[in-house]
Design a protein around this ligand. Structure first.
Ligand code: C2O
Length: 569
């Protein structure tokens, strides 16, 4: 039944989804049950077969489909030797932090043979989000869409599309990705780049031995399609364009935006973007390539390749397969002015509840640093160093037990300390000449704030190793992007330009290369909430931290005790 909800065809769902109702008060509430079996499956891409870690043997993984207001229960059972945890990226998890999923932050991972039930209610959100593994680099193959329909009596703020199609970008490595990151962490250099980008798991015709694995979008003339675009790539922001077709952006990170048109969209790892695609009224005698390829600002190596899919109009006599292929034109790899203009077009559709005044102000510098080699051999970072990455110069050290448990039971001693700095430890020209000392400090530090604190957080890129765009993701909240700029943030002149009326509301923001972004959010969700760069290499190097939001008054402002099946470390 849910398999054809709103015309979205997801036949796989019938195997993993069943529905029940629960009586909560006088209203019956829909509960959607899923079963995620983590298991190995041989998958071949680019003529290379590897044993891939999958959910239910599917790659990409199954979609979670629900409506706003539904309760979702996903039983994750781990049949493999790696520890696993799953994060429901963008789900607010109001008072359900135990179900958020980042390993060693809100839970110990699920070990081989164990299972854990993630339980949460989808409150005040509708649109596209996604789920992914949240431990080491397992998300390279463990990811899938979360599709949230509006409530039964609600409709989209745009005409109902003829069909809805998830478009998930990913990265494929021929090598084992755990080996890739483990080697990089040991030698201090950048991890080996992927062998291909993928659309819905398929690299497409521009790679060797890959033409048969091409995503095709078959359309009919004169219809509107809703593309639910997700960037699940590990290390690359992506441009996406479809030849000779314009997209209308209508939603980002499960929040409606004022519609705007664009031939190309830019999407960072972690972000989701819903676009409307209206097909020609007359079927053209051509096929149209869709391309995704990276937007790159950093100085390191990256996968400079392009994934292609094909938009194909249905023709009665099925000759369409022979029509010429038209290529889209994408911005240059380092087109930062495109990035700036694109993000400036984003506005919330309806004025959101932006805090007009704030209780606490924070300035966090984010970026890379270089640390001395500790291996005894020559390290492979610049000049024999090891790459580090930090927030306010702290490279976050993963604890060996979950922060949320330590916090909840008052056993933080030896697990974390509360000294995360509100401001950079020393001032320098953040986007100018780097300081002499580029070392980062390794520690497990959190920032503790009371319930309902109205936070203003400025994220400032540093050019210590080189300016670079960083997609920062905050768990447990959406934030409002009230301002952004190039160079160093100026606390006396920049706030007067903030948009406190209709700023975009997101869970992941691209901090501009060599610039800053100002966010506001209200800390109305008690728990421990991870914040990190969604470029997986940077996360591995320590570009991450956690907020501890204390309980407020009474039950409705407090985190309930952990579920009985919460894994232990
Ligand atoms: Cu999409 Cu902490 O992650």
């Amino acid at each position: 039944m849910a398999a054809t909800l709103n015309g979205l065809l997801l036949p796989v769902l019938v195997f993993v989804l069943f529905l029940t109702h629960s009586a909560s008060g006088k209203h019956s509430r829909l509960i959607r049950h899923y079963k995620f079996d983590i298991k190995l499956k041989n998958v071949t891409r680019l003529c290379h077969t590897k044993s891939l870690i999958t959910v239910n043997g599917q790659f990409p993984g199954p979609a979670i489909v629900a409506r706003e207001g539904d309760r979702v229960i996903i039983k994750v059972k781990n049949h493999i030797s790696n520890n696993v945890s799953i994060h429901w990226h963008g789900i607010r998890q109001l008072r359900s932090g135990w179900a958020d999923g980042p390993a060693y932050i809100t839970q110990c991972p699920v070990q081989n043979g164990q299972s854990y039930k993630y339980k949460f209610t989808i409150t005040g959100q509708r649109g596209t989000l996604w789920w992914h593994a949240h431990i080491s680099w397992l998300r390279s193959s463990l990811y899938g869409p979360i599709i949230i329909y509006p409530k039964k009596n609600a409709s989209y703020p745009f005409p109902k599309p003829h069909q809805e199609v998830p478009i998930i970008f990913g990265e494929w490595w021929n090598a084992d990705t755990e080996t890739v990151i483990n080697q990089a962490m040991q030698n201090g250099g950048g991890p080996n780049v992927s062998d291909a980008y993928t659309i819905n798991g398929m690299p497409g015709p521009l790679y060797n031995c890959s033409a048969k694995d091409t995503f095709k979008l078959k359309v009919i003339p004169g219809k509107t399609y809703l593309l639910r675009i997700i960037n699940a790539a590990l290390n690359d922001e992506l441009f996406f364009s479809i030849a000779n077709h314009t997209m209308t952006v209508v939603e980002t990170d499960a929040v409606y935006v004022k519609p705007f048109q664009s031939n190309t969209i830019l999407i960072s790892p972690g972000q989701t973007t819903n676009v409307l695609l209206t097909t020609r009224s007359q079927p053209p005698t051509a096929r149209f390539l869709m391309y995704a390829r990276p937007y790159v600002t950093g100085s390191g190596t990256f996968d400079n390749s392009t994934v292609a899919g094909i938009l194909e109009y249905a023709f009665p006599n099925s000759t369409a397969g022979k029509f010429p292929l038209i290529k889209p034109v994408l911005p240059a790899l380092n087109d930062t002015s495109f990035a700036t203009n694109f993000s400036k077009k984003m506005r919330s559709l309806t004025p959101p509840p932006v805090p007009q005044t704030v209780d606490r102000r924070f300035l966090f510098t984010i970026g890379l640093g270089l640390n001395p080699c500790t291996t005894g051999q020559t390290c492979q970072g610049p000049n024999g160093t090891m790459f580090g990455a930090s927030i306010n110069n702290i490279s976050f050290v993963m604890p060996t037990t979950a922060l949320l448990q330590a916090h909840f039971f008052g056993r933080s001693k030896g697990v974390y300390n509360r000294t995360f700095p509100d401001n950079p430890p020393f001032l320098f020209n953040f986007t100018g000449t780097p300081p002499n000392n580029t070392r980062t400090l390794f520690d497990t530090r959190v920032k503790t704030i009371p319930f309902n604190t109205r936070v203003e957080l400025v994220l400032q890129d540093t050019s210590i190793v080189g300016p670079e765009s960083h997609p920062l993701h905050l768990h447990g909240f959406n934030f409002f992007i009230v301002g952004q700029g190039v160079g160093n943030y100026n606390a006396s002149s920049d706030p007067s330009k903030f948009n406190l009326v209709d700023p975009p509301e997101r869970n992941t923001v691209g901090v501009p290369s060599g610039g800053w972004v100002a966010l506001r959010f209200k800390a109305d969700n008690p728990g421990v909430w991870f914040m990190h760069c969604h470029l997986e290499a940077h996360t591995s190097w320590g570009l991450k931290m956690a907020w501890v939001v204390l309980n407020g008054n009474g039950k409705s402002q407090s985190l309930p005790p952990p579920p009985k099946d919460l894994p232990s470390c």
